[in-house]
Design a protein around this ligand. Sequence first.
Ligand SMILES: [Mg+2]
Length: 233
Amino acid sequence: MRIALSCLAFAAALTACTTTPPAPALSPGVDWVANSPGWAEEAEAVYAEAGAYVEAVAAAREPKSWAVILDVDETVLNNVEYQVRLETTGDTYTPESWHAWTAEKSAPPVPGVIDFVEKVNALGGHVALVTNRADSEQLWTEENLSDVGLTRHDDFRVLLTRARPYGPSDKTARFALVPSMLAVQGYPGVEVVAFVGDNEGDKPEDLSGAEFFCIDQGAMYGEPCAAVPGPGR
Ligand SMILES: [Mg+2]
């Protein structure tokens, strides 16, 4: 009996010794996007505003004569899980770990985007996606998009990634290409009326009358259009 009790005491001590230490605290922006309902509410509000804008656009234009261009990461797909993993393990971004994350195809949609895309299509607009994900990640991206309910033809007509290694991160040339791509698909003379993104580079320098709608990504990546980590702009 004494041996059995000793074993129990030893086992209890061992359990105490091997308790997993608490995960490191997340940075404010990542914590906000990952854990605060405020982030989702803000994203939905931006998409609602963009939806009201395209309703006004559609009322004044012919069907199929206008388009919106959306960025993908932190605009259509929410990759905060990738960032949480990095901060939990103490790692930092690498192209390799990002590539592996995109291969998982498990990013959920940013709140509000599904309804917005549906609205654009229902109102007679086109949706184009211009992203700096690598061309080698395009198929996984398209499958991830399909898994969350956004499919080519039904929901978007153009998906332009960034060709590596020489394709520039600057999206200006790809933005300009979108009307031509729609023209060869049978929709000539399309005008881009809005851009949606989370970075300053998700819109052209000259908007030429188009509107830009900014999704707050918690200041996690790049040159965010909402530059304050967490709520607020
Ligand atoms: Mg982005």
